[in-house]
Design a protein around this ligand. Structure first.
Ligand SMILES: [Zn+2]
Length: 302
């Protein structure tokens, strides 16, 4: 998937990172207003503050769609992608990750109850204007060599299989995440970057400022589904939390787990570093739902 290409904050100078951090502070201040707007006309009250993830029906956000009661967990799909369905016989809820590239407007999912009739549930994606950053850098830092391009294409094909992971959700799933590393959290999720006039995919995660060696901890129980050293992302670990909810940790200096390991919340999986295409140590953290990178801030207490 293309957005993997720019998940790192590669090519940013320290001054630009500081600017991102400043912009990030403003973004956090604006968060409550965004949530009210995202609730849409059907829900006039604020979403429950302890509901995780928070609903935010914008590109890069999460829709929480009520599926009503049924004895068994219904299956729900966005196109042909299975969705995470939470709840119990009284009330089931589908969580829909909305891709950053989604076009605002009407959208829908399909619900297939066991033994019941298929039905469609509609929802609206509101527009969100993410900030844009225009940078002029030496051309060779934007254009990859043929060798690097080939390596990147191989990695992209491999990561597409990692991202397709969909396993059962554990029954007691709470989706409130623990922040995976201490440090200042940028809200540069969705930042659109234009290098030398060429659009890059938007920043699809959260950057946490932390020094090399800072422990990276599992934010939820999960299973390690991939580890590796990638061109843009450097040392990387992917965790599967079930139901198509995956998390990714990049630029790691050390990886302490292997594929198949099962982690509890708070267990160390790696250490922060500056590997891959970056200018300094930090943790890049991405959260993926039904193969859409969504804003990690929706899963943590502000
Ligand atoms: Zn990043």
């Amino acid at each position: 998937m293309h957005h993997i290409r720019t998940v790192s904050s590669n090519l940013l100078t320290p001054a630009m990172n500081r600017r991102c951090a400043l912009l990030g502070t403003l973004g956090l201040l604006a968060l409550p207003a965004t949530h009210v707007a995202a609730a849409g006309p059907a829900k006039s009250k604020r979403p429950h503050p302890d509901v995780w993830p928070h609903a935010s029906q914008v590109p890069g956000g999460v829709a929480r769609l009520s599926l009503g009661p049924s004895a068994r967990r219904p299956a729900a799909f966005a196109g042909d992608l299975p969705l995470l369905v939470l709840g119990d016989a009284i009330e089931w809820t589908a969580l829909v990750g909305i891709p950053l590239a989604a076009v605002p407007g009407d959208a829908s999912i399909v619900v297939r109850p066991e033994g019941g009739n298929e039905r469609q549930i509609n929802y609206a994606v509101s527009p969100k204007q993410y900030r844009e950053q225009r940078l002029t850098v030496p051309p060779r830092t934007v254009d990859l060599s043929p060798e690097d391009e080939a390596r990147y294409e191989r990695e992209r094909a491999h990561l597409a299989t990692v991202m397709a992971t969909f396993t059962d959700l554990r029954p007691d799933a709470s989706l409130q995440m623990r922040v995976p590393a201490p440090g200042r959290r940028s809200s540069s999720f969705g930042l659109r970057r234009v290098f030398n006039g060429q659009s890059r995919n938007p920043h699809s995660g959260m950057d946490i400022a932390a020094g090399t060696g800072t422990p990276v901890l599992a934010p939820l129980p999960g299973r390690v589904i991939d580890t590796g050293d990638y061109f843009f992302n450097g040392g990387t670990v992917w965790l599967d939390h079930g139901g198509g909810l995956l998390t990714m940790y990049c630029h790691l200096s050390r990886i302490d787990v292997k594929v198949g390991d099962v982690l509890k919340t708070g267990e160390q999986l790696a250490a922060v570093g500056a590997t891959g295409r970056v200018t300094g140590p930090h943790l890049h953290w991405s959260v993926m739902l039904n193969r859409a990178m969504v804003d990690p801030a929706l899963f943590i207490r502000a």
